[in-house]
Ligand binder design. Structure first.
Ligand code: CMP
Length: 151
């Protein structure tokens, strides 16, 4: 626990015409900042799967918006690891992403990913697990084989 975190490049990025270049820029930024992608794949979430993943937000005012956005097109799921021993990948990845709201990110963390590539509070281009417990849950939700291999 704590070694991996789940990252997602969200559908707003892949709906852009120059999405491959934009995705490359995000991955370059990750690499420059010691975040390694150890597994990834592109997929599209069904409504059922998105609702399972975001169960903790069920009932919140933005929930329907969040589910329809996250199922609107392809996204990229990534298992992330730090390549430095003293770097906690979970908090470090969240710092690189910046605040949830893209506008707030532009005001407070202009170099963050959401500041550079995000549009709004829902369409904020990236996801990162927010705690060691959630990181473990989220990584195993999308990459169960990663845990089976080591057991
Ligand atoms: P994420 O970190 O992936 O997980 C929950 C998501 O809900 C979040 O990113 C946003 O996309 C969305 N979200 C969180 N807060 C709000 C909000 N206040 N308004 C709209 N969407 C939100």
């Amino acid at each position: 626990k704590g070694k991996y975190t789940l990252g997602i490049i969200k559908p707003d990025l892949f709906s852009q015409p120059n999405c491959e270049m934009q995705a490359r820029k995000i991955k370059d930024l990750m690499q420059r900042n010691n975040v390694q992608i150890i597994k990834s794949h592109r997929t599209q979430l069904t409504k059922e799967r998105a609702e399972q993943f975001y169960g903790e937000h069920a009932g919140k005012f933005f929930y329907q918006r969040l589910i329809s956005f996250m199922t609107s097109g392809p996204l990229e799921l990534m298992v992330l690891e730090s390549n430095k021993d003293d770097l906690d990948v979970i908090t470090h990845w969240r710092t690189l992403m910046g605040p949830t709201h893209a506008e707030k990110a532009r005001a407070n963390s202009p170099n963050s990913i959401r500041a550079q590539f995000g549009y709004s509070d829902t369409r904020n281009v990236v996801h990162g697990s927010d705690s060691p417990d959630n990181a473990e849950k989220e990584v195993s939700f999308f990459f169960p084989e990663l845990f089976e291999e080591h057991n």
